[in-house]
Design a protein around this ligand. Sequence first.
Ligand SMILES: NC(=O)c1ccc[n+]([C@@H]2O[C@H](COP(=O)([O-])OP(=O)(O)OC[C@H]3O[C@@H](n4cnc5c(N)ncnc54)[C@H](OP(=O)(O)O)[C@@H]3O)[C@@H](O)[C@H]2O)c1
Length: 323
Amino acid sequence: MRAVQVTRLDGPDAVRVAEVEEPNGDDAVVIDVHAAGVAFPDALLTRGLYQHKPDLPFTPGAEVAGVVRSAPAGAHVSAGDRVLGLTMLSGGMAEVVALPADRVFALPDAVSFEAGAGILFNDLTVQFALRTRGRLAKGETVLVHGAAGGIGTSALRLAPTLGASRTIAVVSTEEKTQIARAAGASDVVLADGFRDAVKELTGGRGVDVVVDPVGGDRFTDSLRSLAVGGRLLVVGFTGGEIPTVKVNRLLLNNIDVIGAGWGAWTFSHPGYLQEQWAELQPLLASGAVAAPQPEVHPLEQARQAIASLENRSAKGKVVLKLR
Ligand SMILES: NC(=O)c1ccc[n+]([C@@H]2O[C@H](COP(=O)([O-])OP(=O)(O)OC[C@H]3O[C@@H](n4cnc5c(N)ncnc54)[C@H](OP(=O)(O)O)[C@@H]3O)[C@@H](O)[C@H]2O)c1
């Protein structure tokens, strides 16, 4: 089969498409992959900068959409079913993957393989962050950093269903404002000067929740943008720098900084992924939550697709088409 291969840890430029052995499908659900999601950790993996460090050579990719080729007896899916699958950390950018049945989920007919490959990794992270960790309540306002990225567009698509009455998107360029609007943002502001813009938009009150996949130097202004009782959800650090917090700010303003590490939570909470999908699947099937509108690249452009997250040119969720 063809698969994306990382053979050296010097960044996306060294990414190749190669012929490799198909995975062993014993006791696993074997999926013919039609599309695979690309996420920021894939770019980090190509430089050995992610916490997960697979042996070289390896295939990146955390999520796939495709058709079941075979499944163990008694599994909840069978040959021919349209499904999504979570490899979680690596192995997804390949024509065939083999996964334990509890990492495989039925794909609603209304959702294409390309859109489907952009759902699990981001939507389940965002659902976990906003609901389980962030205690998002009905009528609250959510500020979303990196709003034209994978996590960002997911937060904009899901927050209204989870109770938010308003979403404010933060993006770095005018071009990216279109992506955030298409994902459902109520308002879009530029990263440069976002604190003043948020103050004006909220009449000085601030926002209830910040979804922060960026970190870096905007962190303190994010804290200053919170209303009393507000929560900042730490999701990632695409900005590079890991911020520090002076805890007197938390005390003085009655605000929380909350870690939202979805992967680690799923490993320590068996059955959580299935619970999450049981809630999200009908919303996607009915259209109550819109499917992602990914930027789709052919497999041969895996290098450019992964690089687009590192060089910040990606627009929305990025997906590779394999079939
Ligand atoms: N906590 C969890 O469980 C979990 C799960 C999945 C992903 N993550 C993390 O969430 C983060 C976002 O992942 P993603 O797949 O959504 O990434 P993405 O699609 O590349 O989006 C990230 C956004 O970050 C912004 N950004 C700001 N400074 C940047 C820089 N120096 N380089 C690149 N981007 C920069 C960009 O928006 P602007 O250009 O508009 O600023 C970009 O759209 C990553 O750190 C990832 O590891 C965490």
